[in-house]
Design a protein around this ligand. Structure first.
Ligand code: ARG
Ligand code: GLU
Length: 694
């Protein structure tokens, strides 16, 4: 025992792996187990109890938080169902209500009364009713001797039963059962889902997306990244599909807002739905992500972004059409760069290697664990190529808009087609798609073995004398999926013979096969990871482990703190409206603030939101967050809302794989800036009046 302790100590000083550090501020904790962390949280400043954060009997903070849409978080800020999330989380909705006549992207949108709030078909918000460890029930009937496939079959069967049982408990209930720690544990997540969610307010993009993709993932930041929505329910306060008869939802809990602000060193926590992390992967996988997969994906997107930019700058209509698509392409593109850099700077691959050898030394002679690292390495190396091809498929052929659309359109029911078509062509620019096709498919041919090319693609290439340009010309000129009037007039036979339908189906088919293969291999890999993580927990009994993020509700806590991004530079923990004026530049799209904001600032007309002659805009803290945490409440020691999470700093984006307390910071919008914009800029004081502010 002693020997291992010594060994561990040596290891702690050697490596900066998440699970060897002094747990500084790393971790995304399960709310239902927060009682295990509460003493630590309280010692750092929290004034609340575990029951205040998560309770299934009484209302608790969790009841004021929703999973917003497919990958964001939002929090309730009034007794009338008003919620705040990020501008970039509502971006798709804001964009879809926008046109050249009603350009809400450019001018912002503010409903001045309930009647003006805009419905958003397809958008849902989900409240967590409860989470529960169901491992025993899920694994009922399983024995260690069974193979992975049988195990998964049993889990699926048992889960189905549990889910159908709990979904009967309430209206709009929807349940998930998900593995944690690669299937060492299974949890039930029961949600209540609301589908009438209306847009209430959004600042102009020049505020909500201020700094654009130049500032994205960066600190210091001055983005007013928020938007407001309202949840509607039927007369009994239950979820109901959109209806003009629905009324604002009365939540069990909503956040009171504090305008006291934060100082460096203050305790904060973030309560939301982080999407995905992979903190426990082996060195080879981290190396693959940082040094092979990311660089290729980045290069493909660099090419697409260049083309989009050229056209967006040439036409205001195209700028609106591609605003949302461009933002999402740019977002991951920039994150991957920070992530790769961070992993290499931190030496994550090496430190993981060291951990693996220390673990293997400990595991020697232990039947369950002795060969697990080696097996993981073998398995990963055997599947690396298909992972790479899979990534490439996503980023190259499947990024071609007309190709994807051709497949989904022909698969859709006749009655939906008019809508689909209108929606697609509203935001489609053939030239962009065509130039992107040439770029990404040339790289596809260059980097992906022909073994993985669909036969029909090879044939089409031959017919085009091996020229992607020539292939593009014939595809884009002949297909009905690049021209709305052609598509409207197309007969069934023409659809079936359409070159993009043929090519798209072939790529989709290969991709589906690939996915199945990756899935199968991954389940084998996960089986090994399951054993490895179980072993790690025995190897380091003194460390608290947290499960990887999986878009379920988590609590991360830390303190407000600046950081040192590089030698000679220290960043402060907060930014103010003065910085917006410093960046303001009418000639640069991303930094061209509305004249109304310029005027307010010139007169220092900050109203009650003024602090020391300025208005706070954003702050950073050591909370461990990831994509999906966007829109999450950033909460003070007393449980009051002080900010809205919207990003991480670039130097810390490797925290999905390795958290470094020196560099990893979440970025939050200071709630006072949002209130200032709503009040002074939008003149929507009726919304301020709904909130409880101190
Ligand atoms: N980086 C943030 C996130 O991952 C914000 C993204 C939206 N903003 C943008 N400029 N693309 O979602
Ligand atoms: N902007 C991200 C989101 O949409 C949050 C940033 C991050 O990845 O931490 O969830």
């Amino acid at each position: 025992m002693k020997k291992y302790t010594l060994h561990l100590l040596a290891l702690i000083s050697l490596v900066s792996l998440p699970f060897t550090k002094s747990m500084a501020d790393e971790g995304m904790w399960l709310p239902s187990l927060i009682h295990e962390r509460i003493a630590d949280m309280q010692s750092k400043g929290l004034k609340l109890s575990a029951e205040d954060l998560y309770s299934i009997n009484n209302s608790s903070l969790k009841d004021g938080i929703v999973r917003f849409g497919r990958g964001c978080t939002g929090e309730l800020i009034s007794s009338k169902g008003l919620l705040i999330t990020n501008h970039h989380c509502g971006f798709g909705q804001i964009q879809s209500h926008s046109s050249l006549e009603h350009d809400y992207l450019t001018n912002g949108f503010w409903a001045m009364n309930l009647n003006e709030e805009l419905p958003n078909p397809g958008l849902t918000v989900s409240f967590l009713v409860r989470m529960e460890d169901v491992t025993e029930r899920v694994l009922k009937g399983y024995t260690e001797q069974m193979d992975e496939e049988t195990r998964l079959g049993i889990i699926a069967e048992n889960s189905k039963l549990i889910i159908s049982e709990v979904e009967k408990e309430g209206i709009g209930y929807k349940a998930d059962i998900l593995p944690l720690f690669y299937g060492n544990t299974y949890y039930l997540f029961l949600y209540q889902v609301f589908s009438d969610v209306r847009l209430v307010g959004a600042p102009p993009s020049s505020i909500g997306k201020f700094g654009g993709d130049t500032d994205n993932w960066m600190w210091p930041r001055h983005t007013g990244d928020f938007s407001l929505f309202r949840i509607y329910a039927d007369k009994d306060n239950n979820p109901a599909p959109y209806s003009p008869d629905n009324v604002p939802y009365t939540p069990k809990k909503f956040f009171e807002i504090s305008t006291q602000g934060v100082n460096e060193g203050d305790f904060t926590f973030v309560y939301g739905f982080p999407g995905s992390t992979r903190e426990y992967i082996i060195s080879d996988e981290a190396d693959f992500i940082a040094n092979r997969s990311n660089p290729h994906k980045i290069a493909l997107r660099t090419a697409r972004l260049g083309i989009q930019k050229k056209y967006m700058e040439s036409s205001p209509a195209i700028r609106i059409q591609y605003a949302s698509k461009n933002a999402s392409v740019a977002n991951a593109w920039k994150k991957w760069q920070g992530e790769s850099k961070g992993i290499n700077k931190l030496g994550t691959v090496d430190s993981k290697r060291e951990l693996e050898s220390a673990f293997s030394e400990w595991a020697a002679g232990k039947e369950e664990y002795s060969s697990v690292v080696e097996s993981l390495k073998e398995k990963f190396s055997a599947m690396e190529e298909i992972l790479f091809v899979n990534d490439y498929y996503m980023e190259a052929p499947l990024s071609v808009e007309a190709l994807r659309f051709a497949v989904s359109y022909t698969k859709s029911a006749q009655k939906n087609r008019d809508n689909l078509r209108a929606e697609f062509f509203k935001d489609y620019c053939q030239q962009i798609d065509r130039e992107c096709f040439v770029e990404v498919m040339s790289r596809f041919v260059e980097n992906i073995d022909s073994l993985y090319h669909p036969k029909i693609f090879t044939k089409m290439m031959e017919e085009s004398d091996g020229s992607i340009e020539k292939l593009a010309e014939s595809l884009f000129e002949k297909s009905c999926f690049t021209c709305e009037s052609r598509l409207i007039g197309a007969t069934d036979q023409e659809l079936a013979d359409d070159p993009f339908v043929i090519l798209g189906s072939a790529f989709m088919e290969r991709f589906t096969d690939l996915l199945a293969l990756v899935g199968k291999e991954k389940s084998q890999l996960d089986l090994l990871y399951r054993r490895y993580v179980k072993g790690l927990r025995e190897f380091m009994p003194e460390k608290s482990f947290y499960p990887d993020a999986n878009l379920t509700l988590r609590i991360a806590y830390g303190t407000v703190q600046g950081y040192k991004p590089a030698d000679g530079i220290t960043y402060l923990h907060r930014s103010t409206i003065d910085g917006i004026l410093q960046k303001d530049n009418p000639d640069i799209y991303d930094y061209n603030i509305p004249q109304s904001l310029r005027d307010l600032c010139a007169n220092k007309d900050y109203g009650r939101w003024e602090v020391d002659g300025t208005v706070p805009v954003a702050f950073i803290a050591t909370n461990h967050t990831t994509g999906g945490n966007s829109g999450s409440p950033v909460i003070d020691a007393e449980g009051k809302l002080i900010g809205v999470n919207f990003d991480r700093v670039w130097e810390g984006t490797m925290s999905d794989i390795a958290f470094d307390p020196e560099l990893c910071r979440n970025i939050a919008l200071d709630i006072r800036y949002a209130l200032f914009v709503i009040d002074r800029l939008a003149g929507a004081s009726h919304l301020i009046d709904e909130m409880v502010i101190d």
